[in-house]
Design a protein around this ligand. Structure first.
Ligand code: KG4
Ligand code: ZN
Length: 382
């Protein structure tokens, strides 16, 4: 069964053709980052307009790359929730039009469960084996930071969530304070490789480091507002010459190496700045890893999965691998192309939904936010 999936919940217009849930025939992502960068964040109306302009071309590319004619498609899948409403509506309306004109089943997919599926797209054997459950899923993206327990019957329970910013926001807002461009997560990741993450001690939200005990109800919850404020104060203490520093940082970003021939003063300034970045990243990563491993212990998870855009972060991947190995829990991290928003995760999960008898009507609605996740229908067996 070949499913055409559409994803337009935020700032990527993505379309994919996936066969039988796991065979990704094409996975096309058209990013709008350049359009939103001047505003320092995603502008919902602008995102919707860009999706409208792009979606037909992206669908054509996805079909061409998959070498599939639209007549060979068996179902249309689309992200229905959560996300930016104007952006979601473009995908949902387009999917309805396609499903109706081609007389195909329409499947609305939850973006969060789809992110979790993104980690399992190459892991059919793990999905099928009862020994894999319960699975603890860490979802770290620009909009969400969640710990979700997945039972064998597909029941999902949110056991941890952020009380303020998402981990991706901690990176993007931190980057803004550091005067880096949007989205700053990948830049912090790149620059931190040149700094010393142990030099500055930034707070780890809700991890008990401040001396105040963590309330039991927040044991698995996250908070990133403190670390962001601490970064702001830390930077105020340094008398950085922004013009000179920015030039050196831009050179570093372009060449991915420390610029040569910096004078002693500039070289020290760059070192201090990079150490601050690496230490900031270390604090965010530490908090995420500490909470996740507590979740593994509390729920005796048999598998740990990590997904969402922030799961691309090299230090987070490295640290979680170390801790998962120590705890002897198998860890599956989504491939970077399935971490950030994509439609393969939508078309892949939609297959499981169809096999579980789920199908939507043409009155399918886009919903910007959700309180609970419900189920991820992984328990279909032939
Ligand atoms: O999952 P995603 O593509 O979109 C949402 O559903 O939010 O995640 C985007 C987020 C952004 O905040 C971006 O800065 C962050 O993921 N991100 C990273 C990295 N790559 C993307 N954060 C830290 N390190 C990275 N390498
Ligand atoms: Zn996402």
């Amino acid at each position: 069964m070949k499913i055409l999936g559409l994803e337009t919940s935020c700032d990527e217009s993505a379309v994919s053709v996936v066969e039988n849930g796991h065979n990704v025939l094409s996975n096309v992502v058209s990013s709008q980052i350049d359009k939103h960068a001047p505003y320092g964040g995603v502008v919902p109306e602008l995102a919707a307009r860009e999706h409208l302009d792009n979606i037909s071309t992206v669908i054509d590319s996805a079909l061409r790359l998959a070498d599939v004619n639209i007549k060979e498609i068996n179902a249309i899948a689309v992200t229905k929730t959560p996300g930016l409403l104007p952006a979601l509506l473009v995908g949902v309306s387009f999917a309805k039009g396609l499903a109706s004109s081609l007389k195909l089943p329409l499947i609305g997919v939850n973006h969060i469960t789809a992110h979790m599926f993104g980690a399992l797209i190459d892991q059919e054997a793990v999905i099928r084996s009862g020994k894999s459950y319960p699975i603890l899923a860490l979802i770290v993206s620009g909009g969400h930071t969640l710990l979700v327990m997945i039972e064998r019957d597909g029941k999902c329970t949110i056991v941890g969530r952020t009380l303020d910013d998402a981990a991706g926001e901690a990176f993007d807002k931190g980057a803004k304070i550091l005067q880096l461009s949007y989205p700053g997560g990948p830049l912090i990741d790149q620059l931190s490789r040149f700094g010393d993450g142990r030099r500055f001690n930034f707070p780890r939200g809700l991890c008990g480091g401040s001396g105040n005990p963590v309330k039991p109800e927040n044991r698995l919850n996250f908070s990133f507002s403190g670390v962001k404020t601490s970064l702001l104060y830390q930077l105020k203490e340094w008398d950085f010459n922004r013009l000179e520093l920015n030039q050196a940082v831009n050179q570093l970003i372009v060449n991915n190496s420390i610029p040569e021939q910096l004078n002693k003063y500039l070289s020290q300034m760059l070192t201090d700045y990079l150490d601050i970045i690496a230490s900031y990243q270390e604090a965010v990563v530490d908090a995420v890893v500490v909470k996740t491993m507590l979740g593994v212990k509390d729920f005796n998870a048999k598998t740990l999965i990590m997904c969402g855009g922030v799961a691309c972060n090299h230090r987070l991947r490295e640290k979680l691998k170390i801790e998962a190995t120590k705890a002897n829990v198998p860890l599956i991290i989504a491939e970077p192309k399935y971490c950030t928003d994509n439609a393969a995760m939508i078309a892949g999960l939609a297959y499981y939904q169809i096999m579980n008898g789920e199908k939507d009507d043409l009155d399918l609605d886009a919903t910007p936010s959700i309180k609970n996740i419900g189920r991820i229908p992984l328990n279909w067996t032939e």
